[in-house]
Design a protein around this ligand. Structure first.
Ligand code: ZN
Length: 327
């Protein structure tokens, strides 16, 4: 199994491949989702500017290709600086301002102020292909995924013991409308706030697997199912071996007590005075100190309860000796 970061990246590669050849109707949806997640509108000395910053250069290349193809506008990608946290290079592209209008990225509210548009459902003309591309793009732009990491010696690292898929949004209203869409599609995403961001997330591995199918990430879906199966098997094995260990411990404690009793009886010269039945079982126990009652029963052909009764009797008799000494 791979580590967390690699798994998230693998999944994104799979999703990215599935949107590389977009149908015409899906292009605006892709661009809208991209600008909404990663884009920024800023005022510069040359007026308003629309730009996108991301570590994902593939995504930026695809956006530029589609803008050229659909609107005949070119854009230039530059590497900006490095992410101080991940150490990865951040790429930036400036887009033609006409796109703001064409994609209806902004609108004027009642007070005449410029606002970022929030649209999801009315945007797709009920096209399933567009809806899928929308959610795939959101996952690529602001999503991440982690699964429990298994090490080679089959011990799990504590840190990676959870399944978690999330998408993080700056715009809370937008996040809410995405949540509505996800719930409408039957995915049980939950919403929470993290500082100034709104996070939509899934925790159940089965739900994550379902969503991966929707995103056409079949390899990742299979991988997450393998982790689930492996974990279940391991849990069952752990429970069984704990159970067996507990029984063995109990048997050893009982056997030690019996052996102690037999030795005591012998030292006190009482063992030879007992019935042959008791003497036989005492010899048997000394010869097989680690055997369970079942095993002793098999060796002797006496019933398990018969063996237990005789061994209990030996222990009881040894207690009498102890009490006699204490008097
Ligand atoms: Zn479409």
């Amino acid at each position: 199994m791979t580590n967390q970061l690699t798994f998230s990246r693998q999944t994104k590669n799979e999703v990215y491949k599935s949107i590389y050849h977009l149908k015409n109707c899906c292009v605006d949806v892709f661009l809208y989702a991209l600008f909404k997640c990663l884009g920024s509108l800023t005022f510069t000395n040359r007026g308003l500017a629309l730009s996108v910053s991301t570590e994902n250069n593939d995504l930026l290349n695809l956006a530029c290709k589609l803008v050229k193809q659909q609107y005949g506008k070119s854009c230039k990608i530059q590497s900006e600086n490095t992410n101080s946290f991940s150490g990865n290079v951040i790429f930036n592209a400036k887009f033609d301002l006409d796109l703001v209008e064409k994609l209806k990225l902004v609108h004027y509210d009642e007070q005449g102020l410029l606002q970022l548009a929030t649209k999801t459902n009315d945007f797709f003309d009920d096209n399933e292909c567009c809806r899928r591309v929308f959610l795939k793009t959101l996952f690529l732009c602001c999503g991440s995924l982690s699964v429990p990491v298994m090490s080679d010696d089959f011990t799990e690292s504590k840190k990676g013991q959870r399944y978690h898929m999330e998408m993080v949004f700056v715009d809370q209203d937008f996040a809410k409308s995405v949540l509505d869409l996800l719930n409408w599609l039957g995915f049980d995403f939950k919403m929470t706030k993290r500082k100034s961001h709104t996070v939509l997330y899934l925790k159940k591995p089965e739900s994550i697997a379902d969503f991966l199918v929707y995103l056409n990430a079949m390899k990742s879906k299979l991988e997450i199912e393998n982790v689930m199966i492996e974990r279940n098997l391991r849990n069952v094995a752990n429970r069984q071996s704990n159970c067996i260990n507990a029984n063995i411990d109990k048997a050893i404690v009982a056997s030690n007590k019996q052996i102690e009793a037999i030795n005591l009886l012998q030292q006190a010269g009482k063992l030879a005075l007992l019935t042959t039945q008791l003497q036989d079982v005492a010899r048997l126990r000394l010869a097989h100190p680690e055997a369970t009652l079942e095993e002793l029963a098999v060796i002797t052909g006496i019933s398990k309860s018969g063996i237990r009764h005789r061994l209990d009797r030996l222990v009881a008799l040894s207690k009498d000796i102890n009490q006699g000494e204490n008097k």
